[in-house]
Design a protein around this ligand. Structure first.
Ligand code: 5CA
Ligand code: ZN
Length: 421
């Protein structure tokens, strides 16, 4: 599927350090490791395309955009893959409720998302893959898991297709036979897992499962639902296996960072990694990174609750997309926070202060030192609030806008000052 148009990213003098990131699986801030080919592999879970793009989505993609910018500044090449979950229960439910074909809903919302990413100057993934483009590969992966003994059939509860089997992942077998184990990434206890599994698309009470936490790999065809022919029986993919297959196809095993919002830690990321390790015998990613949740009006901003602030609504209302970017960068990517209108007002005051600083044609040593400070801050688990504070201090103390700073703001933070060419 076509991605979106990437912003130009200027090259800065010298080289930034390799960024360090908090790894959910170890609880430590670790240096991101890249392969010998200097390609930084990143997989970030993409949208389920209905009601895109709210500020929570934007904050998540912006966090990993900052990581990509730091990798570029460290002299690496990006190898970035992202999916679009264009077939899933909530998408189908929304399509039915609104009387729109699910394919049209997915296509229109994905388009809107691409436009928002361009407006926000988010670097595009080299591989932007819709789940419906890789159904055959997902079905093959499910078949392989069955062959390897990591999957089992559970009879459908419906009379109309009695005897048909949905395929489930055998977590206990995977924990026994591979390096993966339940909780390796989330480090949640079982009660928390059961609770989250039920909330986030799982079916702990489904009769016939070996463990209530075993996730669905392949849902056999039901009437009235889209399905695709497959050797294992016509059907559609389970959620976690989609991301496993897309990531393995484009990044291989052991890539640098698997990312997404904190709402995906369990069960989604834990089981995407489990499927990958069961298929390949290798760890999925080196670092498992997650963003905090953006809330609005007291609750997590989410499509299902409907408490959304959409990027497109703000830009249509005339809000400068740079202010959205700056408002989001003012919060550390790992913190949970609640969006208020004042976030935009503060971003506006900040951008005015920076734009209003005196201009100079010369890069003095102070500007170079500031660049190194920004690089250090950002490489330290993406400390964007710290970087913004350093810039505020520079300008508050009468520092000028030097060409180097214009380029640094653009390259590292994706913010172009008013007269940046
Ligand atoms: N399609 C799946 C991932 S495979 C999905 O979670 N889609 S989503 O549209 O619900 O979310 C897209 C991305 O935005 C995910 O990485 C998710 O973790 C993140 N996200 C969703 N809501 C928020 C929020 N309120 N704050 C921060 N990030 C969020
Ligand atoms: Zn995913």
């Amino acid at each position: 599927m076509h991605s979106w148009r990437s912003p130009d990213v200027p090259t800065l003098p010298g080289e930034g350090p390799l960024p360090r990131l908090f790894n959910q699986a170890t609880g430590l801030v670790e240096t991101t490791s890249v392969g010998a080919d200097d390609r930084a592999g990143l997989y970030v879970c993409g949208i389920t395309p209905y009601d895109a793009t709210h500020l929570g989505h934007a904050a998540t993609y912006l966090a990993f955009d900052t990581l990509n910018r730091l990798w570029l500044d460290a002299g690496l090449t990006l190898n970035y893959a992202q999916n679009v979950t264009d077939i899933d229960d909530p998408l189908l439910e929304r399509a039915t409720a609104t009387g729109v074909d699910w394919r049209e809903l997915a296509a229109s919302q994905t388009d809107l998302f691409r436009g928002d990413m361009v407006a926000l100057r988010i670097i595009a993934p080299q591989n932007y893959i819709a789940v419906t483009e890789v159904i055959d590969q997902i079905a093959s992966a499910a078949a392989e898991l069955l062959e390897l003994g990591f999957a089992y059939g559970v009879p459908t509860p419906d009379a109309e297709n009695a005897g048909d089997l949905d395929l489930y992942f055998d977590s206990a077998r995977a924990a026994e036979a591979t390096s993966w184990y339940l909780g390796f990434e989330s480090r949640y206890d079982r009660a928390t897992m059961l609770d989250l599994f039920a909330q986030r698309g799982g079916d702990p009470d489904r009769a016939g499962k070996r463990d209530p936490l075993d996730p669905l790999l392949w849902r056999v065809a039901r009437s009235g639902e889209p399905s695709w022919p497959a050797g294992i029986g016509a059907g559609r993919p389970g959620w976690h296996l989609e991301c496993t297959v897309i990531a393995l196809q484009h990044l291989g095993t052991g890539f640098a960072v698997q990312g997404g919002g904190g709402d995906l830690v369990f069960p989604h990321h834990e089981f995407s990694a489990a499927h990958a390790t069961a298929l390949t015998g290798m760890p999925f990613a080196s670092i498992h990174a997650h963003t905090g949740m953006v809330a609005y009006e007291g609750e997590k901003m989410s499509k299902s609750l409907g408490n959304l602030v959409l990027v497109s609504r703000l830009t249509e209302a005339g809000v400068d997309a740079r202010l959205i970017r700056l408002a989001l960068l003012a919060h550390h990517y790992r913190s949970d926070w609640e969006y208020v209108d004042d976030d935009l007002a503060r971003a506006s005051a900040r951008l005015d202060a920076w734009n209003g600083a005196p201009r100079t044609d010369a890069d003095d040593p102070g500007a170079l030192a500031l660049l190194e400070r920004l690089r250090g801050r950002l490489a330290d688990d993406l400390d964007t609030p710290g970087a913004l504070a350093d810039l505020d201090a520079w300008f508050a103390e009468g520092g000028a806008v030097a060409p180097l700073l214009i380029a640094a703001l653009d390259a590292l933070l994706g913010i172009r000052l008013d007269d940046a060419a």
